[in-house]
Design a protein around this ligand. Structure first.
Ligand code: HEM
Length: 423
């Protein structure tokens, strides 16, 4: 009997770390079983972070249409009490209080202000730096013939681009990178795992960013931070503290997501050489759909959480005001009513664009989606061009997290090449 049919709903406890440590095919089977047998299931919430009180539990929404229903009704399903499984600590609100955890009207006020930094013109200006940075990472690793893929290719690109955008000097890039690892790796013992570690990293990053914002307020330059700090909507401006938490959001959201899309993409291409050959022989034609399929399959952000503001229902399930509701994007992206054989990686899938990896139709749709698409595209194009036989040679060492589908490390091999530096 297939695993999904054998599993009972009680076997599947999404609030436990043990569940998230299981192999991915078991995760797939568990979500398939939930979609089929109990599409809105209640899960007790076990302690995710050391030192935090146990929460009340949460509803798990696993079907594609139900996830979209929740996402598109922000007046009923609020983001303001946190967007991950565990309750947000009040002490951390200042740091993580950016727009992703706000409802309207505060959400749209902040989004209008920061959108200035993501106009087609600003993104076009970053475009060139994405190409140069991707090439230079490939050039730096090119002579090695063997290295860690995450460390040499997938992780540095999004980090460098965010730092370029935010005007972070090269000397501080590593600190920004380490803070984001601690914040999103919360729960994985390798990154500190405790609430104290998370809090300390957030505070350091917030102080760093606030100082940067204040500096650009006092001494504007030709960079994104100055644009953001000087932007005015109806006489309203970003305060340095608001910039501090926006910086944390951008650094975390921009780094840990795109890097995992690139890493999973390379692993999937290694496992599916026929599809890789097809893509490499028609790079321009296949790239747009291929990168959607990578993000669908990887679902780098596994879930987003809301809280019901009134008694309501999702599907046939009644939900009480105050209950936590979790949208499992990972599961929606595999829903068999939308994606044929959703566990399969298929670069020719005609509807990969319907994936909800960046959002599910609500007002919090990913601000950086186009930038992420550009980064993933550039990294694969540069690898295909200069290191065309690059292969992943070890199993991914996965991040232990119910939130980010992360790969911490995995080795790769390729024929060494002298790759010219781009300027
Ligand atoms: C493959 C890469 C990425 C994925 C999968 C991803 C995914 C997501 C998801 C799922 C959301 C929340 C949507 C919701 O609540 O329904 C989100 C929001 C957001 N993302 Fe991304 N993201 C990626 C890359 C980026 C990049 C590169 C940036 C910035 C440079 C970025 C910035 C943001 C911001 C600022 C928000 C909050 C928007 C709001 O609250 O209005 N993301 N992203």
């Amino acid at each position: 009997m297939p695993l999904a049919e054998a599993l009972t709903v009680d076997d599947i406890q999404l609030g436990t770390s043990a569940f998230w440590a299981r192999p991915l095919d078991e995760r797939d089977a568990a979500f398939a079983a939930l979609r089929a047998k109990c599409p809105v299931a209640f899960h007790p919430e076990l302690e995710v972070l050391e030192g935090r009180p146990e929460g009340p539990g949460f509803w798990s929404v696993t079907r594609y249409e139900d996830v979209r229903t929740v996402s598109r009704q922000p007046h009923i399903f609020s983001s303001s009490q946190g967007i991950t499984l565990s309750d947000e600590a009040p002490e951390a609100r200042d740091f993580f209080g950016s727009m992703i955890v706000l409802d309207d009207p505060r959400h749209s006020r902040l989004r209008l202000l920061v959108q200035r930094g993501f106009t087609p013109k600003t993104v076009a200006a970053i475009d060139e730096s994405v190409r140069v940075r991707a090439r230079n990472l490939v050039a730096a690793a090119g002579a090695l013939g063997e290295c860690d893929f995450v460390e040499s290719f997938a992780a540095p690109l999004p980090l460098q681009i965010i730092c370029d955008m935010l005007g972070v000097p090269a000397a501080d890039e590593q600190a920004v990178f380490d803070w984001t690892n601690v914040i999103l790796g919360a729960g994985d013992p390798e990154f500190g795992g405790s609430f104290d570690a998370l809090f300390a990293a957030a505070m350091s990053m917030f102080n760093y960013a606030q100082a940067l914002g204040q500096d650009r307020l006092d001494h504007p330059r030709d960079d994104l931070v100055s644009t953001l700090m000087q932007a005015e909507v109806d006489g309203d401006r970003l305060s340095p503290a608001e910039f501090g938490s926006f910086f944390i959001l951008l650094a975390v959201a921009g780094n840990e997501t795109t890097r995992n899309a690139i890493s999973w993409g390379m692993k999937l291409l290694t496992d599916h050489p026929d599809q890789r050959r097809a893509w490499q022989s028609d790079v321009d034609g296949m790239t747009p759909a291929a990168i959607e399929e990578i993000v669908r399959w990887a679902s780098p952000v596994i879930h987003m959480r809301r809280v019901a503001m009134e008694d309501t229902r999702v599907g046939d399930q009644e939900i009480a005001a105050g209950d936590k509701v979790v949208m499992w994007y990972w599961s929606a992206d595999r829903d068999e009513t939308v994606f044929d054989d959703g566990h399969a990686f298929d670069l020719t899938r005609s509807n990969a664009k319907a994936q909800v990896g960046y959002e599910a139709g609500g007002p919090h749709f990913c601000l950086g989606a186009n930038l992420a698409r550009r980064e993933i595209t550039m990294m694969f194009q540069e690898i295909f061009r200069w290191l065309p036989d690059l292969q992943i040679t070890t199993e991914p060492d996965r991040l232990l997290s119910p939130f980010i589908n992360g790969i911490k490390r995995m080795r790769c091999q390729f024929t060494p090449a002298a790759v010219p530096i781009a300027t």
